[in-house]
Design a binder for this molecule. Structure first.
Ligand code: OAD
Length: 244
């Protein structure tokens, strides 16, 4: 069994030799920015609410109980003052250095772009985009946060919806096909901070046929045995020791 230091060195060697890295990220990359993930002990899905949080972020709940949806969403999912951390910056630096094809993310917080990443495939959308469900007028996340109760369109009065993929909703086809193309063209895939239990996102791992599959996560995932290099650690113990 190699030590954490040896594994970090092995990861550094893979990064040094890589030409086309694709990153695949989940909520765990943003916990160091103060945004809770979903399934860890202190994650959103362990919160005690009047409804199970997993049900609140579903399409039928958004339609049937908009007040309760928006109360939870504004309180727990709109983290507008969060700043990117070392992991987001490392991913952006790899792209700036011409080593990366981009980042496929399940995150909706916009922190990859805030860190400087340009090619970001947002599988589950973004809290930063919000549209009227009737006339498609767009609204900023800051405006959403400051509304009282259910946000209603200033132009036509219909309910506004965040451009976030809720349970029971499909993923954007162009985003999905862009993500698959990036994964298929990569020589290295680096999976970070995801429990890999939500589909179809998790299934995208199966499109990778490059040289090295690296998986870094604090907890076990169903794909651990697929990884060529598995680092079970916190990002704060890994990324500050790496360079692009
Ligand atoms: P999860 O909360 O399921 O998984 C986050 C993973 O990150 C966990 O396995 C943690 O062990 C790991 N983790 C957290 N902080 C870490 C740290 N500092 N260092 C290392 N590892 C860390 O989040 P996702 O897999 O992203 O979907 O969840 C997938 C989807 O489920 C989300 O996109 C969301 C949710 O329902 C929708 O809302 C549609």
């Amino acid at each position: 069994m190699s030590s954490l230091e040896e594994k970090i060195q092995e990861f550094q060697d893979i990064i040094d030799q890589a030409k086309h890295i694709v990153f695949f990220t989940g909520a765990g990359v943003s916990t160091d920015s103060g945004i809770p993930d979903f399934r860890s002990q202190d994650g959103l899905y362990h919160l005690k609410y009047s409804y199970p949080p997993e049900e609140i972020v579903s399409h039928h709940f958004f339609v049937e109980q908009p007040e309760a949806f928006w109360e939870f969403y504004k309180d727990k999912m709109l983290n507008l003052d969060a700043e990117p951390n070392t992991t987001h910056k490392f991913i952006a630096d790899c792209e700036a250095a011409g080593k990366s094809l981009g980042v496929v993310t399940q995150n909706i917080d916009g922190l990859h772009q805030k860190a400087g990443s340009k090619r970001v495939y947002e599988l589950h959308g973004s809290v930063l985009r919000n549209y009227c469900t009737s006339c498609s007028h767009s609204f900023s996340a800051r405006w959403i946060k400051e509304t009282h109760g259910v946000p209603r369109c200033t132009e036509c009065g219909a309910i506004v919806k965040p451009d976030v993929v809720l349970y029971e909703e499909g993923l954007s086809e162009p985003v999905l096909s862009g993500a698959i193309a990036a994964i298929q063209s990569a020589d290295v895939m680096v999976i970070l901070g995801t429990s890999l239990v939500v589909y179809p996102a998790a299934g995208l791992v199966n499109y990778f046929s490059g040289k090295h599959l690296v998986l870094i996560n604090r907890d076990v995932t169903p794909y651990d045995s697929n990884a060529d290099l598995l680092i079970q650690a916190s990002f704060s113990d890994v990324f500050p020791k790496l360079h692009v």
